[in-house]
Design a protein around this ligand. Structure first.
Ligand code: ZN
Length: 844
């Protein structure tokens, strides 16, 4: 990872105000090229980068690219790499790659005219069975329809198939969101019109300008275009698409493909989708201005964020180091009864830490091991996640051997002795090798036995700075319901003592409390050996602006986040273009040489206060929306026409979506789904209880129901399902807000899953809730939909998921904030539940 040095000039007291000057080249990305000798080789190196194994592989003829251009969403849905081969026989390199990936299925993309039957024969020659399937149409348009039928979606992307760049621009986004790409032409082909008539998608996203896809060809047939993303040329269109859907991307990485020549890119689109990264297009020798601007605005310089799955302070695994093994004990003490001895080299999960002891399991027994005799391992995510190199961590240890420990010239007790390191000396661990640590002592570098080294966790010194313009509330507990102690002003710099579910524990003006992490930026590696600035001691007065003469300079070592993966060799994107991205060469385009605004970094320069920032950022009230009139919300009587105790004896589980570390979707006014689903759920609980039902909740405050040692989305969903399946409830109601990249989209959907064993009941419940809810809140009716949401497919009782309204739509976001609206949503759902119990399930 490339380092960029910044200078921070700051004044420090208890409260610190910081301003920075940034000097850096316009672009400074680290680069990784994914390329081979030819397009076949490039596809192979992309496959090697992204897949250790694959259940399905997609095979295309290397010159027949039009057939493959729309395949990204389909390939992404199967997590299948795309390989290229000549059409008459399987390329030997491709054969080797298939052997490595061990797929059970290979899908040939294209008819027997391009991928000859001999390919099928070749695929039968492996020593493991491979099923072969062929997908292909009469032409590229038809092929795209065949592919679309495999990833049905309410939304469809239309791109001109006569050239490739527009489809390519949309490919990664389409892959991430599983939206099919239909190839069309200036004159819409019959097959495309028929497909649209049959499927009636509710949203059409058109890529490219009127020149590429004229509106007339669609509107004449009664189809309306919900979104058109286009520009004057392929690069403007590329930037327009990427910018429009930028919320879909979940990484700082970027993929770059040639905008001139196509075959090197197709395999890369699936990898980009897998990484959840955008795919940008470039010229061969230079970066076109719209793309350059995107890259520059995307570039962040900041200490890399810790992903919630792998907090640095809580490694998930450890390796037993003593040669005689390590005792697993009943309690975290050497006097604890011994359960079993875990042999050297065993990797064990670390479940909990307590005063130098780790809780772990071995041989299905749970107990404690001494932390001193473990090497910490940073486990990476499972195989199907793109694996990213872990940040190098400085590990320190302390010598525990009474008579000191010998430093030897190789990792073995027969190695020559260089020097003896005394007991209690602190050393830096540079490397580890079979029970030996490499370290430096008295300027000699050598190896010491790990057995006599006690590891010291690196001090997790993390500082934060308040970004909320009107300050941030300090609360007694890590929740927006915690009592307010004080308000911490904007730009206050502080040390983070603890982190919990999106809240930081900090000290401010002799108070200790919690602030919402959302309005805090992380600042790392700030040395606090700087003198105090007495003028800023009074926290009520804003410190004087720092002056360069009197204040010390602090160097902050920050990294550019994200790597640019270049698809193809220097024949398609030259080394000059690469140097421009790395910041080693200048672009020749005037637009690229302009002054760009300062890089977005974790340290904010002083900004004028923003009026629209809410005062209580963790439970914000949205800015006034001119279209929204809260007086339109009239409270309805949920019990109108319903007898008393109508639901006596019924048990209903309500599942407020998201919560804790997972905010769910966010709206344009920075409101969060998790804060809307809970009040609706609580209102529903109230009504159901009044109607005599017993109500169970998956959560009743801002947290995840998961008790797993490390939060993941899957653990969260599993916990909800486990609660539903263990409580003998009659119904499971999950409450959510919808969200889409186009902020104009609005309305209410109710989902059920055909995979739920009670799918008939679920559908009946969904239909009842849809009807009563829409008539109560008057949103656009998006209907009942079938989708395999985890909480719907895995619950064993009738289950529905209500997408109340679109938080991404400013008007509906405002409604979702309104308490009358929330009450009415609850009333509508309640009446639907009542309808479910009192009307017969239709037979089909
Ligand atoms: Zn949701």
């Amino acid at each position: 990872m490339k380092k960029v040095i910044f200078t921070l000039i700051a004044s420090f007291t208890l409260v610190v105000s910081a301003s920075i000057s940034v000097y850096a080249s316009p672009l400074a990305y680290p680069i990784e090229r994914l390329s081979g000798q030819d397009r076949v080789g490039t596809a192979l190196s992309i496959s090697e980068k992204g897949w250790t194994s694959a259940d399905t592989v997609i095979l295309c003829e290397y010159a027949d690219f039009p057939d493959s251009i729309a395949s990204t969403p389909f390939a992404a849905s199967l997590n299948a790499p795309i390989l290229l081969t000549q059409g008459t026989a399987l390329d030997s390199r491709v054969r080797d790659e298939i052997k490595r990936l061990q797929p059970s299925k290979v899908i040939l993309l294209g008819g027997t005219g391009v991928l000859k039957p001999t390919i099928e024969e070749d695929l039968g020659k492996f020593d493991f069975p491979i099923t072969v399937e062929r997908i292909g149409g009469q032409n590229r348009y038809e092929t795209s329809i065949h592919l679309a039928q495999r990833v049905p979606n309410d939304t469809v992307i239309l791109a001109n198939g006569d050239d490739f760049p527009d489809a390519l621009s949309a490919a990664s986004f389409a892959g991430i969101k599983q939206i099919p790409i239909i190839l069309t032409s200036k004159k819409t082909p019959e097959s495309v019109l028929n497909y649209l008539k049959e499927t009636q998608p509710s949203q059409l996203i058109v890529i490219g300008g009127e020149n590429a896809i004229p509106s007339e060809g669609l509107t004449n047939h009664g189809f309306s275009i919900e979104t058109r993303l286009g520009g004057q040329n392929r690069y403007e269109t590329n930037a327009a698409v990427i910018s429009f859907v930028k919320d879909s991307y979940e990484t700082d990485d970027l993929f770059l493909a040639s905008g001139i020549t196509f075959p090197d890119a197709v395999a890369g689109t699936v990898l980009a989708a897998k990484y959840k990264a955008p795919l940008l297009l470039s010229e061969k020798e230079d970066i076109p201005a719209p793309v350059y601007t995107y890259m520059r605005e995307h570039m962040k310089v900041e200490p890399p964020r810790q992903s919630p799955e792998t907090p640095a302070t809580q490694p998930k695994q450890g390796k037993i180091t003593p040669s005689g093994g390590l005792n697993l004990r009943e309690s975290p003490s050497s006097s604890g009864a011994k359960i079993v001895t875990i042999p050297q080299g065993t990797t064990v999960p670390l479940l909990e830490e307590q005063e130098g002891w780790y809780k772990t399991t071995y041989d299905s027994q749970t107990g404690w091991v001494a932390a001193d005799y473990l090497t910490l391992i940073n486990s990476s995510d499972s195989d199907n996640q793109p694996v990213k190199p872990a940040e190098p961590k400085k590990l320190e240890g302390m010598i525990t051997a009474d008579n000191g420990l010998n430093l030897r010239n190789n990792p073995s007790s027969t190695g020559d002795k260089l020097v003896t390191i005394p007991k209690n000396a602190t050393i830096q661990i540079l490397a580890e090798q079979s029970g030996w640590y490499q370290t430096t002592y008295e300027s000699k570098t050598g190896w010491i036995s790990a057995e006599y080294v006690s590891l010291i966790s690196p001090p997790a010194k993390k500082n934060g700075i308040i970004t909320a313009a009107n300050g941030l509330n300090l609360r007694t507990s890590p929740s927006s319901t915690g009592e307010k102690i004080s308000t911490v002003p904007v730009d206050t710099l502080f040390e983070i003592n603890e982190e919990q579910n999106g809240w930081y524990k900090i000290s401010f003006e002799s108070h200790t409390g919690w602030v919402s992490a959302e309005y805090v930026d992380i600042v790392e590696n700030i040395k606090d050996d700087t003198p105090e600035d007495s003028t800023a001691k009074n926290p009520d007065t804003k410190p004087n602006p720092p002056s360069k003469d009197t204040l010390p300079e602090i160097t902050i070592d920050l990294s550019v986040n994200g790597t640019v993966y270049i698809l193809g060799g220097s024949g398609v994107i030259s080394s000059t273009a690469q140097s421009i991205i790395e910041g080693k060469a200048s672009s020749k385009y005037k637009e690229n040489l302009r002054e760009f605004p300062a890089l977005p970094s974790e340290i904010k320069s002083e900004e004028p206060p923003q009026e629209e920032e809410p005062n209580n950022p963790e439970d914000p009230t949205p800015p006034a929306n001119t279209d929204y009139d809260p007086s339109q919300e009239v409270l309805v009587d949920p019990f109108a026409g319903i007898p008393e105790y109508a639901l006596a004896g019924k048990v209903i589980m309500i599942d407020p979506g998201h919560g804790g570390p997972d905010p769910g979707a966010s709206g344009p006014s920075k409101t969060h789904e998790k804060n809307n689903t809970l009040p609706i759920a609580l209102a529903l609980k109230d009504i159901l209880t009044q109607a005599g039902a017993e109500v169970l909740m998956t959560r009743e405050d801002d947290r995840s129901p998961s008790t797993a040692p490390v939060y993941t989305e899957l653990e969260d969903l599993k916990a909800r399902v486990a609660l539903a399946n263990s409580c003998n409830a009659d119904l499971f109601i999950s409450i959510h807000n919808d969200s889409f990249t186009n902020s104009e989209v609005s309305g209410t959907s109710v989902y059920y899953s055909s995979a739920n064993p009670k799918n008939g009941e679920s559908l009946h419940l969904a239909s009842n809730v849809r009807t009563s809810l829409i008539s109560t809140i008057n949103t656009k009716d998006r209907g009942v939909k079938q989708l395999g949401f985890y909480v719907l497919s895995n619950t064993k009782i009738p289950a529905i998921l209500v997408e109340t309204a679109f938080i991404s739509n400013p008007y509906e976001e405002a409604r979702l904030q309104n308490s009358t609206f929330r009450q009415n949503v609850a009333a509508g759902i309640f009446q639907g539940i009542y309808g479910y119990f009192t009307t017969p399930i239709p037979k089909d």
